[in-house]
Write a protein that binds this ligand. Structure first.
Ligand SMILES: Nc1ncnc2c1ncn2[C@@H]1O[C@H](COP(=O)(O)OP(=O)(O)OP(=O)(O)O)[C@@H](O)[C@H]1O
Length: 259
């Protein structure tokens, strides 16, 4: 039985207290396998994700980006350390509570959209509210789809939408419940460059206008430059952090890690 001790505050420059953080990781270790073949995918990651901010996680292949995203989102368990979403220490939750927390307080955007083909765009977006038995707020829905440029596409099914439109539907679906944090795993990976940039531009505007929190894994320095901050991983550790990144500063931070 894991102890429900509250998560410790990481040391760092922000004195603003727990309510300023949508998500916090403290000394997170994740090991896959045991014995001589064990892989330490995360080797003591401490990071905080402030509310209302858009963070990109970058790093070389195998540096632990996806593992960190999955551990932060409660999709994978940690070997040691703590993860907090809002005020909840998710590493202390049993499976049932964790499932409910993921449903109610976390949003996901995947590379492959993951929309339900028989449902219209509108039905796909509203699905998380319907599954949680939560009321629909028509004004909030209208504002969100307008911000994402989807107002005239709501009656279309996924097969009748472009890739970029499908991913914007997936973004709307992730944001509609106003989760503590939205995790996006290579959200532009299946889009061409221009469509990917447009998606990121929409995502950035929504984050700025609604104060929601997004954590995105990407391999692309230009994609990362749409974020407010970049966390650079190397060998399962935080190697660098950049505020207000540009493609140039991101490339410069990654260059020493190229092997
Ligand atoms: N299920 C698993 N079983 C064993 N090892 C794993 C598993 N998942 C990831 N790993 C290992 O953990 C390390 C980190 O993997 P992870 O997928 O998090 O890296 P990444 O930075 O997302 O890589 P990429 O950029 O290539 O997607 C790698 O060495 C990987 O081989």
């Amino acid at each position: 039985m894991r102890s429900p001790t509250p998560v410790a505050q990481p040391t760092g420059p922000s004195p603003s207290g727990p309510s300023a953080d949508a998500c916090v990781a403290v000394d997170v270790v994740k090991t896959y396998g045991t014995g001589p073949t064990a892989v330490r995918a995360l080797d003591g990651v401490t990071a905080r994700f402030r509310r209302g901010r858009f963070t990109a996680i970058m790093g070389p292949s195998g540096s632990g980006k996806s593992t960190l995203l999955h551990c932060l989102a409660g999709l994978d368990t940690v070997t040691s350390g703590r993860v907090r979403i809002g005020d909840t220490d998710i590493t202390a939750l049993d499976d049932r509570r964790l499932t409910r927390l993921r449903r109610d307080r976390v949003g996901f955007v995947f590379q492959s959209f993951n929309l339900l083909p028989p449902l219209t765009a509108e039905q796909n977006i509203l699905l998380p509210l319907d599954l949680a038995g939560r009321a629909r707020d028509r004004a909030a829905f209208d504002q969100l789809v307008d911000r994402l440029g989807l107002t005239d596409r709501l009656r279309h099914r996924p097969a009748e939408l472009s890739g970029g439109q499908q991913q914007r539907v997936a973004v709307a679906r992730a944001l509609i419940t106003r989760p503590d944090v939205v995790f996006a795993d290579e959200p532009t990976g299946a889009l061409d460059i221009r469509t990917g940039r447009a998606l990121l531009s929409h995502l950035r505007s929504v984050v700025r206008e609604t104060g929601q929190t997004v954590v995105m894994v990407t391999h692309d320095p230009v994609a990362a430059s749409f974020a407010d901050r970049v966390l650079v991983l190397a060998d399962g550790r935080v190697a660098d952090e950049l505020d207000d990144p540009t493609p140039g500063t991101v490339l410069a931070a990654l260059r020493p890690l190229d092997r």
